[in-house]
Each structure stands twice: as structure tokens, then as C-alpha cells.
Ligand binder design. Structure first.
Ligand code: FES
Length: 105
């Protein structure tokens, strides 16, 4: 069963901002877009670079890996361009009492 983990104060993150968190053995990239917060795995599926430390395009809802440029959909984790050929995991996110929480299995 999923466990909800508090990651951040919602008001502390601006649109287009990303942060990296490690929960247990899971690295998580948390993003704020205009329509809310989204969390995906923070290891690029190509060669494990941090997506939270990569270039965010908030209008497109995409992040471009800083190492070799693969793009991912921030809302779904879907890989959108080479050299990545696999998606990254996506985690459910909610905001409770101003705190951003992510669900981890
Ligand atoms: S590590 Fe991300 S594109 Fe290569």
C-alpha cells in the first residue's frame, strides 16, 4: 500500500522549479508547473543523470536531461526523445495543508 511522504512547502516552490529528494532507495524529482506539482523518478532512464538538476520547460511540461539531452514529460515520466528509450516512474502527488506529498509504494 502506498505511503504519503511530505516533501516540501508548496509556497516555497515557483513554477518551473525542480527539487531532488531521496526517500528510502527512491530518488524523486519534484516539479512545479502552472497546473500543479508532479513527481517522477530522478534517474534519467538513459544513464541515470538527475532530472531535477536538468532544464525545465514549464510551458511544454518537459525536462531535458542535462547529460545527453533526452526529454521527458514531467506529468507522466514518458520519454520523448533519444537517447532515452524508456520512461521514468511517475509518482502520485497531492497538496495537504500547504505541504506537497508524494505517494511511494
Ligand atoms: S543520462 Fe540522460 S540523456 Fe543520457
Amino acid at each position: 500500500m502506498a505511503e504519503w511522504i511530505r516533501l516540501a512547502e508548496a509556497s516555497e516552490m515557483k513554477v518551473g522549479e525542480a527539487r531532488r529528494f531521496v526517500v528510502g532507495n527512491q530518488a524523486i524529482a519534484l516539479f512545479r508547473l502552472a497546473d500543479g506539482f508532479f513527481a517522477i523518478g530522478d534517474r534519467c532512464s538513459h544513464a541515470e543523470a538527475s532530472l531535477a538538476e536538468s532544464d525545465v520547460d514549464p510551458e511544454a511540461g518537459e525536462v531535458a536531461c542535462h547529460r545527453h539531452g533526452a526529454r521527458f514529460d514531467i506529468r507522466t515520466g514518458k520519454n520523448l526523445s533519444l537517447p532515452a528509450t524508456r520512461p521514468v516512474p511517475r509518482f502520485p502527488v497531492r497538496v495537504v495543508d500547504g505541504q506537497v506529498e508524494v505517494a511511494i509504494e
